[in-house]
Design a protein around this ligand. Structure first.
Ligand code: FUB
Length: 458
């Protein structure tokens, strides 16, 4: 019996240790998929799809979510920045599939496939929206709307923008400078069907009428030096990530092989997004590794990589550790949104008009980890905006782990409702230096309180 207890204890501590070390998936509060990273100024914005938690055997996807980071380890959630409702012309109630975002001339364009209804485009003045539909109809008008998925936009050095998309074939169009119309002078009324040859995309092991090459879906066009990289989901179901290279944005493409193979924890789909940010290269993809995860309950992950000296991609292995080192430190003396998270357990996020995104579904033992917090001057005061309609509870403020050094405990009171936000204050004793911070939630009953923001001070 004693041995059994020891074993359970070891198992529990190894799971805890595993999660304390984990950075992937990078969002734990909801299911996300189909990453579309976009670097704008000093921030990496990450648009994703949103797998509504489902037990069905197909995708349930209604909106597109946005997250951002400036340090590659703490991610701030902005909630659903667009949804199927933005496209009033579409009657689809499901199918908010893999988007792509890009900035041009101070406007932000979000290319959205509506599964079964083709590709639309939204525009906003800020990355967070509000997004509006400038066309009131499809951007890409074809007879194969079910195949018109996974848009990827790329602006070449000469200013020409390209829109790639498609499953099982790859298509492209040249976008006009306005980014919401197509240059009709090329291809078939502006649409070019890429030659799906084994030389370009590799020969499929088991070809059929629709799929003859390794190319499946999820194209992502990226340029480094003189090399254009077409990166995509490949080899059928379950999907690999593979790539081809070419001397221009339109090829001709040469198949170069697999970037990410099959590994435990990956979903039956995969979906690449490649960016360089602050001098580092990152591959975004998705897995099914959150509790309750699966092929229709996916989660976005990221790995840092280096190109090989000859410009080829390395093989990239998905790892729970993800990004091990932050590229910047977080300032705790400025208001930080509670939904800025390196890792969390148990909680989720919600949105209200008045408050924006906040952390909710907080129960005893749940926690939020925020990494690389720079307490240069130390701190004596902690403040947080909280709302509770129950007995409230406590936030233990710790460093180094959920059982790490206790800096202080904030008592959360009943504020009358889960939307009646009250700023709570407690004393803390924080030494100067850079720490990983943990907010460990304690209390009795369900839904102890909602948590909107926090700040440290003297
Ligand atoms: O998320 C729905 C679809 O699954 C995407 O459009 C594909 O790329 C695959 O990830």
């Amino acid at each position: 019996m004693e041995n059994k207890i020891k074993l359970l204890f070891m198992l529990a501590s190894s799971i805890l240790f595993f999660n304390v070390k984990a950075q992937n998936p990078i969002v734990q509060t909801i299911f996300t998929a189909d990453p579309a990273p976009m670097v704008y100024n000093d921030t990496l914005f990450l648009y994703t799809t949103h797998d509504e938690h489902t037990t069905s055997n197909f995708f349930t996807m209604h909106n597109w979510q946005l997250f951002s980071t400036t340090d590659m380890v703490n991610w701030t959630a902005y909630g659903a920045v667009a949804s199927l409702k933005n496209f009033e012309w579409s009657e689809q109630t499901n199918g908010a599939w893999a988007p792509h975002a890009i900035e041009r001339n101070g406007k932000f364009y979000l290319y959205c496939p509506i599964h079964g209804d083709g590709i639309g485009v939204l525009v906003a003045d800020r990355p967070y929206g509000p997004f509006t539909d400038p066309l009131g109809g499809r951007l890409v008008e074809t007879e194969r709307v079910w195949d018109d998925i996974d848009p990827a936009v790329f602006i070449d050095d000469d200013g020409q923008a390209y829109l790639y998309w498609g499953n099982p074939n790859l298509f492209y169009a040249k976008l006009n400078e306005d980014m919401i119309s197509i240059d009709r002078t090329i291809g078939n009324n502006g649409i070019v069907a890429v030659d799906m040859t084994p030389e370009a995309f590799g020969a499929r092991e088991k070809p059929d009428d629709r799929y003859t090459t390794n190319y499946e879906e999820a194209p992502w066009l990226y340029k480094r030096g003189d090399i254009y990289y077409m990166i995509y989901a490949a080899k059928g179901i379950p999907e690999y990530i593979a790539y081809s290279t070419g001397p221009s944005a339109t090829g001709p493409w040469k198949y170069r092989g697999i970037i990410m193979g099959r590994h435990p924890g990956l979903a039956f789909t995969n979906h690449p997004g490649v960016v360089d940010y602050n001098g580092n290269y990152y591959l975004f993809y998705h897995s099914q590794e959150l509790p309750g995860g699966g092929g229709f309950n996916r989660s976005v992950c990221v790995e840092q990589f280096e190109f090989n000296p000859d410009g080829s991609f390395p093989t990239i292995i998905p790892a729970r550790e993800g990004i091990t080192k932050s590229t910047a430190n977080l300032d705790p003396y400025r208001r930080v949104e509670a939904e800025t998270i390196a890792w969390s357990e148990g909680i989720t996020i919600d949105y209200s008009e008045e408050t924006g995104v906040f952390v909710t579904s907080i129960n005893d033992g749940n926690y939020i980890k925020v990494r690389s917090v720079d307490f240069a001057q130390g701190a004596q005061k902690f403040q947080a905006a909280l709302a509770s309609e129950s007995e409230g509870g406590f936030i233990e403020i710790r460093t180094g782990g959920v059982d790490g050094k206790l800096l202080g405990t904030l008592e959360v009171e009943n504020t009358g409702s889960m939307q009646n936000w009250v700023v709570h204050t407690s004393k803390v004793e924080v030494e100067g230096g850079i720490h990983d911070l943990y907010f460990v939630f304690k209390g009795e009953g369900d839904n102890l309180f909602n948590f909107d923001w926090w700040v440290f001070g003297k």
